[in-house]
Design a protein around this ligand. Structure first.
Ligand code: DLL
Length: 435
């Protein structure tokens, strides 16, 4: 196992020293926000808070939250804390509706961004000898450029393949001897399938590591990817509003993502009461930036559901970990009064031999009744088997899904390759109720 740590001075810092660093930075950041960003100054005033009220890390709870909509309403630059001439890079979040959220970076922000990405890359086994194929989109999305600069910082070789064009990705992998792959887990699954379809043996490739992030994925998908691509697959997490990739990432233990706590202050709050929860409890992740110059963010409600792992990690890093994200609060569907997360479906699916990690939830409304249809792709093997086997599989899967979700659904089995493939993040839910 690779035991190299990119920045041991910080990644292995004793807790009391880390917390004192965090508090210093928090106080400084809040003061800067109140002086430089009228939006935060007003919000703090409305909450009856002055920067001097933040005397301990626990006082973070006194600060108002920021939501995606707040940033949208300040489109494009109103929450920037520096003049544009100090901004060296702009990115934007992948908004599906309306205007995107624009984010900016100063030169120092860029330096910190590549530093935090380098940390998780090295934690996941990357060395300067690796050849890294980045199959995230290069553009306004933070994935491509974020990973690119981190890989360069580590000193490995970057292949900036960008997203899509699966044939070419495989050609590059073969001919250039790619050892590490960077993309969404969804795309990694597709690449694995394509290798199999084209009878490309893993021994003809040099792949050994995979860094996947940008969307939720289950442990079962991790196993599928590791098997089909011959890599050790680690998870990494981030969001544009905070920095992009690099907020947290797994080490080779593959048990939770170490948070760059010297730059990002984490809280987990109850998603209904918004009160901070004790460490270890599941809730919504809320992040305050500690060092961001261009767009500092105060208590950003990520909508992502996770929990803090406080137990020490055998890798030696003292930075706490967040558990794999299990979904977003706004992914939650309410079907006939029952709360459902697409992740529950994925978890059940992959427990059964024969189901592929390609599925779609379609919700329709007839009169006042909501209907949930779950479309699941089946494997080639099962599909070519006799009808009896397929029916037995359908019955078992339907029973398992219904009891996991607590609501009746219609299960439709789809032939191999029958559902849409994604080169970036997957879209699993089609909610026809809003059409
Ligand atoms: O997806 C940043 C990123 C790029 C992270 C590449 C990692 C790798 P956004 O487009 O702003 O930024 O989307 C952020 O994606 O709030 C989560 O809901 C989801 N997300 C990101 N990483 C993970 C992950 C980038 N590892 C939103 N697990 C976040 C689960 C993730 N969800």
């Amino acid at each position: 196992m690779n035991t190299t740590i990119w920045n041991p001075d910080i990644e292995c810092l004793a807790r009391p020293q880390l917390e004192s660093l965090q508090l210093d930075r928090l106080q400084n950041q809040i003061r800067r926000m109140s002086e430089r960003v009228p939006y935060y100054a007003e919000k703090m005033k409305a909450a009856g808070i002055v920067p001097g009220d933040i005397r301990s890390l626990a006082d973070t709870r006194l600060l108002p939250f920021t939501e995606k909509d707040d940033l949208r309403q300040n489109y494009p630059f109103q929450t920037f804390a520096v003049p544009l001439r100090e901004v060296v890079r702009i990115h934007a979040s992948t908004g599906t509706t309306g205007k995107p959220t624009v984010v900016g970076y100063t030169r120092q922000d860029m330096e910190i961004w590549s530093e935090v990405v380098a940390r998780f890359l090295v934690a996941g086994g990357l060395t300067p000898d690796d050849i890294v194929q980045i199959a995230f989109g290069y553009g306004l999305f933070t994935g491509g450029f974020g990973l690119h600069y981190g890989v360069e910082k580590v000193g490995a070789t970057v292949i900036p393949a960008s997203s899509g064009n699966t044939e070419r990705q495989i050609l590059l992998m073969k001919d250039l001897g790619t050892t590490a792959l960077v993309c969404t887990p969804t795309y990694a699954v597709l690449l694995g399938e394509t290798l199999r379809k084209e009878n490309i043996a893993l021994r003809d490739l040099r792949l050994r590591l995979g860094f996947f992030g940008g969307e939720f994925w289950t442990e079962s998908v991790r196993h599928k990817i590791e098997e089909s691509l011959g890599v050790v697959a680690t998870d990494n997490y981030g969001l544009s509003e905070i920095v992009g990739p690099g907020v947290s990432g797994e080490c080779l233990q593959q048990k939770g993502m170490h948070i760059a706590e010297d730059h990002f202050l984490f809280e987990v709050v109850d998603r209904n009461t918004l009160q901070p929860l004790p460490d270890g409890e599941w809730g919504e992740v809320v992040i305050t930036t500690l060092t961001k110059e261009a767009i500092p963010v105060m208590r950003y409600r990520t909508r992502d559901i996770s929990r803090i792992i406080t137990e020490p990690c055998p890798c030696g890093r003292t930075l706490r970990r967040m558990q794999k994200v299990i979904g977003r609060t706004d992914d939650m569907l309410i079907i006939r009064g029952v709360n459902i997360f697409p992740s529950q479906v994925e978890t059940v699916l992959l427990q059964l031999q024969g189901a592929e990690p390609h599925y779609q939830l379609v919700i329709t409304r007839e009169g006042a009744m909501d209907h949930l249809e779950i479309r699941v792709e089946v494997s080639e093997n099962l599909f070519s088997d006799e009808m009896k086997k397929l029916n037995a599989f359908r019955d078992e899967l339907k029973h398992k899904i219904d009891s996991a979700l607590g609501v009746h659904s219609k299960l439709t089995l789809v032939e191999p390759g029958g559902l849409e493939r994604f080169v970036g993040k997957a879209r699993r839910v089609v909610d026809m109720r809003s059409f």
